[in-house]
Design a protein around this ligand. Structure first.
Ligand code: BDR
Ligand code: CA
Length: 302
């Protein structure tokens, strides 16, 4: 089985990515928690809850609670206080591992050298720390999938910055310039593949255990996206990134370009900078388009 670490700021989309990977036969060898969406404490609870819900024994590793240098804000208005519908408590017996997430990333990359893939669907602080601590880490990773940044300069936390890059642009810079094999899914791709009304209705009518989880956990975010942001549906950034990892043919327009990020403390903090003119400096891929994946929603609603 393919081996993944999921680096998560455990809201609805992060957990659905976890469930989706498992459903497609991947082995998730660690959930590493990082600052982001909601309170750190609730993120850890949600990760432990997700492991129990999935019925697996994936260890949960607690990572960084704040960005490398900058301060940040959580986005409970977007995801709700609990991040996945109601506030979840960690299952009573479950505890996170005593090992720090940064050390877990390094150790797991040694254990599964050449095989381990990282699903980086959150601010990149843990991953940057691990890369800084162990300069050979990226050589041992098979790939890093990043949900972050923008392709057309349209952000969600500021006019020009996507949240994950904005929270810790210094960390994002470390990862983007690390020489690792990167595959990045930008924010606008998620917006153009939002879950429309008929798909949402279909999932609601399924009434399976997974569909019930899905509907409950996305309810708050869907309200926010459709009512407060005027979108036609709710976007699925982390899940789309995961879908591409599972089946690369989901992405229809994959470009290989050098990507960097603005890490000033300024109006454009966290903005993505794509260099289309230096093919000699290629560092990774990003996706310009993802197929409408309509029928594929059955993937994670059974
Ligand atoms: C990203 O930020 C978070 O709100 C989501 O979990 C996703 O990873 C989108 O900008
Ligand atoms: Ca996330």
């Amino acid at each position: 089985a393919r081996k993944f670490i999921i680096d998560c700021d455990t809201a609805e989309d992060d957990i659905t990515s976890f469930l989706l990977l498992l459903r497609y036969g991947a082995e998730v060898v660690g959930l590493t928690v990082v600052e982001g969406n909601i309170s750190f404490h609730q993120e850890i609870n949600n990760a432990l809850w997700a492991v129990e819900f999935a019925g697996v024994d994936t260890p949960v590793f607690v990572g960084t609670e704040r960005p490398l240098i900058k301060s940040f804000v959580t986005v409970e208005d977007v995801h709700g206080k609990g991040g996945i519908g109601q506030e979840r408590l960690a299952p009573s017996k479950a505890k996170p591992s005593p090992k720090h997430a940064v050390d877990a990333m390094i150790e797991l990359s040694e254990r599964y050298a050449g095989e381990l893939e990282v699903m980086a669907i959150s601010p990149l602080t843990n991953l940057a720390m691990a890369i800084l601590k162990d300069k050979r880490l990226v050589e041992r990773l098979k790939a890093i999938y990043i949900m972050g940044g923008t392709i057309y300069g349209r952000g969600n936390i500021t006019p020009v910055a996507e949240y994950n890059f904005w929270v810790d642009p210094d960390a994002a810079k470390v990862v983007l310039n690390s020489g690792a094999k990167l595959i990045m899914l930008p924010w606008e791709v998620a917006v153009s593949n939002a879950i429309d009304e008929s798909t949402w209705a279909r999932i609601q009518s399924m009434n399976t255990r997974m569909a019930r989880y899905y509907v409950e956990s996305y309810k708050h975010y869907r309200e926010f996206a459709t009512k407060r942001q005027g979108m036609r549906g709710h976007p699925h950034p982390d899940v789309l990134t995961t879908a591409v990892a599972i089946d690369r043919s989901v992405a229809t327009d994959v470009r290989r370009e050098r990507v960097d990020v603005e890490n000033c403390d300024c109006l454009t903090r966290g903005a993505t900078v794509i260099d289309y003119s230096s093919p000699g400096h290629v560092r990774g891929y990003f996706m310009g388009e993802v197929k409408q994946i309509g029928e594929r929603w059955k993937w994670f609603t059974v």
